[in-house]
Design a protein around this ligand. Structure first.
Ligand code: ADP
Ligand code: MG
Length: 639
């Protein structure tokens, strides 16, 4: 008799049924959705055949928002037609000041925790706007694929921090999308070209979009993509070419300005058309005029166009040099250069980048689509459609994550460039006798002092059993999931009390802050080490003072005569004075030593007394802790 077969839990009994999963490139200018069908990845066009959706959302009172081409086509109020919302993802009101967005839109920074665009249909955050775009892409995908999506891989720039990644995930859940994984854009582009199969290579991803430029160096090793370095310019892209062409038209027409904003936007659209045509042909005929009778009728050759574009291309090469320097990589160690972004269609861009790296650049996959295609390949694997695939992509933490310890110092728990997902624990202890609560402050950054790092979250652990300083054992666990999101928990072992935070990181990091933070940490390395050593010495001094003073108060009179007590008092005052005034670590150290030596006799008498007490049946709880030393002392909470 045949045995009955039972499927493993979670496994489908219909093995050939594929789960529908897509890759989404949520761009600043354009967004795309792609999927693997019949074994190959391709972009999914919408019902009108468009392969990409402009990242534009128009809000009209009481109506569902118009997204993409529909938003571009209609002539609604430009203040309610939101572009480039990605620039605001995970940012706070402070980041709005003199940004491109603040010049074009009205914001409400008061009502909610996030700055919101004021539109005809109420306030909308960048998360709402991105959700509308994602929703549109989801619908396109479900119509084309004929079923409900199991999930999506959504791409983000490599330099996106926790807050920006979390905002992207929030947008996806608002759109009803299950995020299988957030994937770095350059990593997705490398996957599209199958570069993840090459052992040990260093890949440069050059991404020139509509308004942003990013260059990333990735290293492929044993199935892991490591981001070696990223650089770029958040205000450089195809828009600048369009503006240069508009200026050229004005020069040709002999005018200084364009009459109104309608003419401005029409001219810009016309210029973009010229630019895109010149990527395919050697010259275009120009016919442009305004209502006042100014006009331009001429041929624009690619040669003249190249002259206009040259400064922009040159500006992108600076960050290219920078990433090589940051990663300590020579140009000839780069084994592949991938072109990403619509603006890399411009032949001059390809030529100059190829010249710079001294090798041909990869352009066989449409540079507009390559990120979405890589994301689709990854989504297919994550959805379980390719069980034997070894395509396991891992990213790294861009900055170190740590905890504030006494003295305003940072104890790094997960160093930067650690492969994620990761969980790492570290033990901390109390600073004061009888301390029953601990204030935990989670920070991000490379510097030694908390003030120089970025604050991510604060939380408290309460209910720690009252013990002498340094006796409690608090296990703090940092976990970063595959999307780079952090959870920190603290557990007091004896009582089992726990507390935790999901780091919904405080939104608000200004542009390029990661790069700046890294640079600063290098610039300040030796100065930071000195500051750290000084702070540690001060903490040690405070701990000794705390212990001696507590002891004196409880039994000073019992064990010391007036003269002895005065002598210790003098040592205490002079230690306090050097802690306040000295910046010399050694001076403080000597004063601590003097106090320890000067009170050694007293400490011994106390010890003997407590031993006698113990012998006579008393508790041991009160044995002096002034000599006990704990490695890490988290802050005492006053609450
Ligand atoms: P993003 O990643 O910022 O969303 P894209 O990668 O979609 O941007 O790039 C958009 C930019 O590419 C626009 O400035 C657009 O004009 C430009 N672009 C698109 N096609 C061409 C082309 N054929 N030649 C030159 N530029 C192009
Ligand atoms: Mg892009």
């Amino acid at each position: 008799m045949a045995l009955l077969q039972i499927a493993e839990p979670g496994q489908s009994d219909a093995p050939h049924q594929r789960r529908l999963a897509v890759g989404i490139d949520l761009g600043t200018t354009n967004s795309l959705v792609a999927a693997v069908r019949s074994g190959s990845a391709d972009v999914l066009p919408d019902s009108d055949g468009h392969r990409s959706v402009p990242s534009v959302v128009q809000y009209v009172q009481g109506e569902t928002p118009r997204v993409g081409h529909a938003a571009e086509a209609s002539s609604g109020d430009s203040r309610s037609t939101i572009r480039s919302a990605k620039r605001l993802m995970g940012k706070g009101a402070a980041d709005l000041a003199d940004s491109w967005l603040s010049k074009h839109y009205e914001f409400d920074t008061e009502s909610g925790s996030l700055p919101a665009f004021v539109t005809h249909d109420g306030n909308k955050t960048s998360i709402d706007v991105s959700a509308a775009i994602l929703h549109e892409l989801k619908q396109t995908a479900e119509q084309t694929l004929g079923g409900e999506l199991a999930g999506a891989v959504v791409t983000v720039p490599a330099y996106f921090d926790d807050a920006q990644r979390q905002a992207t995930k929030d947008a996806a859940s608002l759109a009803g999308l299950q995020v299988l994984r957030l994937l770095n854009e350059p990593t997705a582009a490398a996957v599209a070209y199958g570069l993840d199969n090459e052992e040990g290579g260093i890949v440069a991803i050059y991404d020139l979009g509509g308004g942003t430029f990013d260059i990333s160096l990735l290293k492929m090793q044993q199935g892991i993509f490591e981001v070696l370095a990223t650089a770029g310019n958040t205000a450089l892209g195809g828009d600048d070419i369009d503006n240069a062409l508009v200026q050229w038209l004005m020069d040709q027409a002999g005018i200084d300005s364009l009459a109104d904003s309608q003419l401005e936007s029409d001219t810009k659209r016309y210029a973009r058309g010229l630019k895109e045509a010149l990527s395919a042909s050697a010259s275009v005929s120009v016919e442009w005029g305004d209502r006042a009778g100014h006009e331009v009728r001429t041929e624009l050759t690619r040669e003249s166009f190249d002259e206009l574009v040259m400064p922009l291309v040159a500006a992108t090469l600076k960050p290219c040099r920078q990433v090589l320097r940051d990663a300590d990589v020579e140009r000839d160690q780069v084994t592949a250069v991938v072109m990403v972004g619509g603006s890399t269609r411009v032949p001059l861009v390809r030529d100059k980048v190829s010249e710079f790296f001294g090798r041909p650049v990869l352009t066989s996959i449409d540079p507009d689509e390559v990120v979405a295609i890589g994301a689709a390949i990854q989504a297919d694997v994550l959805a379980g459609n390719k069980p034997d695939s070894d395509l396991l992509l891992l990213d790294v933490t861009p900055l170190s994550l740590g905890l504030e310890i006494m003295g305003g110092l940072v104890e790094k728990v997960i160093p930067r460039n650690t492969t994620i997902p990761i969980a790492r624990g570290q033990e901390f202890t109390t600073y004061k006798d009888g301390q029953t609560a601990m204030a935990l402050h989670v920070v991000q950054g490379e510097r030694e002092l908390v003030d120089d790092c970025r604050s991510l979250a604060r939380f408290e652990l309460n209910g720690i059993p009252s013990r002498v300083a340094g006796a409690a054992r608090i296990q703090v666990l940092f976990q970063v999931d595959a999307d780079g999101l952090l959870t920190v928990s603290a557990l007091e072992r004896e009582s089992g009390v726990v507390a935790s935070v999901d780091v919904k990181p405080s939104y608000g990091l200004s542009d390029g802050e990661i790069e700046t933070m890294l640079r600063e940490s290098m610039d300040h390395a030796s100065e930071d080490m000195q500051k750290r050593a000084l702070q540690e010495q001060k903490v040690e001094a405070a701990r000794v003072l705390e212990a001696i003073e507590a002891a004196l108060q409880s039994d000073g009179d019992e064990h010391l005569d007036a003269g002895e007590r005065a002598a210790i008092g003098a040592l205490i005052s002079s230690l306090k004075q050097v802690v306040d005034s000295s910046t010399e670590r050694e001076v403080i150290k000597q004063a601590v030593l003097a106090l320890e030596q000067g009170s050694a006799e007293y400490v011994e008498r106390r010890m003997n007394a407590s031993v006698r007490q113990m012998m006579s049946g008393q508790g041991l709880d009160d044995i002096d802790s002034a000599v006990g030393k704990a490695k890490h002392e988290a802050c005492a909470s006053d609450s």
